[in-house]
Design a protein around this ligand. Structure first.
Ligand SMILES: Nc1nc2c(ncn2[C@@H]2O[C@H](COP(=O)(O)OP(=O)(O)OP(=O)(O)O)[C@@H](O)[C@H]2O)c(=O)[nH]1
Length: 324
């Protein structure tokens, strides 16, 4: 059996939930042996819930509930423990704070962390002197701030790397990797909701090699950029344009039948044919092939049908659109 690889987020949740269960288990046992019933029940419940989250993520790969479940559990268990056992338990506030920054986005984690700290301060205030309150506020506040700074930086880097990995640097539309991801998700959704439709259009600039040969590679690049801009300006916000490779592009059209896709392909074809290009005597046209998802094919087969239709259009003289 083939197992799907784990994402970084999944691994982090598995490590955190596993670590919390292992760390809390001895305390649950000690509290039970000492007859400290309330905290023993709290710790045992936390161990059971974190183990349930661990196995749920391990088996299903679903992480949304686990991220929120673990974050709220950390904050809740800490708050109740301090309520039951007093201010000495604040030493556990630090790992609880860092945990939520691993699990949630920086802003959400900072908001929850701040509320959590204010609540802890209100709870311990009557039990400690002013110097302890000051020490705790500064150390916990600094932990919160450092965690926020670090996770914001990591998040920015992650978004930047994701953008680099999924977009085409020349035209700034999605690249082939992004297209494959979108098609896999779309197919999964269409299999679950067969009443929905989705079509794609393969677009290929005609005789692009001639443009390169006649006007130079730089002009070819400009044509590709402008081509992507023209197409992007004509499609809906819910549609996506990707550069499939070279001078080939793919538009994925949500909730669009084959007939509607053909109509849009013609609109795009006319927009490109009537556009003004960097070299005024330049004439650019495209050939297009449209294909609607047939309910049982793979992404590769779907693309291949659109590609075959597009080649049909090329064979019949270019500057036209065919459907699969
Ligand atoms: N300027 C530029 N050219 C590129 C880029 N990627 C691919 N090409 C060129 O695109 C051309 C594609 O040529 P062909 O596959 O022969 O297709 P074509 O000339 O468009 O002919 P038809 O598709 O049959 O109409 C090749 O000359 C490639 O070098 C790019 O990023 N920039």
């Amino acid at each position: 059996m083939q197992t799907s690889p784990r994402t970084t987020e999944e691994s982090i949740i598995l490590i955190i939930s596993g670590a919390i269960s292992i760390c809390l288990l001895p305390f649950a046992v000690i509290r039970t042996l000492n007859g400290d019933t309330a905290v023993a029940i709290l710790n045992t419940t936390a161990v059971v819930v974190t183990l349930a989250i661990f196995f749920n993520v391990y088996l299903t790969h679903k992480i949304h509930f686990a991220r929120w479940g673990l974050s709220l559990l950390s904050v809740l268990v800490m708050t109740i423990t301090i309520g039951l056992k007093g201010y000495e338990q604040v030493v556990w506030v630090y790992p609880a704070l860092t945990t939520i920054f691993f699990l949630l986005t920086p802003t959400v984690a900072a908001a929850i962390g701040t509320l959590f700290l204010i609540n802890v301060l209100i709870m311990i205030w009557p039990q400690v002197d002013n110097f302890f309150t000051l020490k705790f506020s500064v150390s916990a506040g600094a932990t919160l701030l450092f965690c926020y700074a670090f996770s914001s930086r990591m998040r920015r880097q992650q978004l930047f790397l994701e953008h680099m990995a999924t977009s085409d640097p020349l035209t700034e539309v999605g690249n082939r990797r992004a297209l494959e991801e979108v098609l896999l998700k779309t197919i999964e959704r269409l299999r679950r909701y067969p009443e929905q439709t989705c079509s794609l259009i393969m677009l290929d600039i005609d005789h692009f090699k001639r443009i390169n040969d006649q006007y130079g590679h730089g002009c070819g690049d400009q044509v590709l950029k402008l081509f992507a801009k023209i197409i992007t300006s004509r499609i809906r916000r819910t549609d996506d344009l990707f550069r499939f490779g070279g001078e080939e592009f793919v538009v994925v059209l949500e909730n669009t039948s084959l007939e509607e896709a053909r109509t849009l392909a013609d609109v795009l074809r006319e927009a490109v044919a009537s556009a003004v290009w960097p070299q005024t005597d330049l004439q650019v046209t495209l050939s297009a092939g449209a294909a609607e998802f047939n309910g049982h094919e793979t992404a590769y087969e779907w693309l291949a049908r659109a590609d075959a239709a597009m080649y049909g259009a090329k064979e019949l003289g270019r500057n036209r659109c065919h459907v699969a």
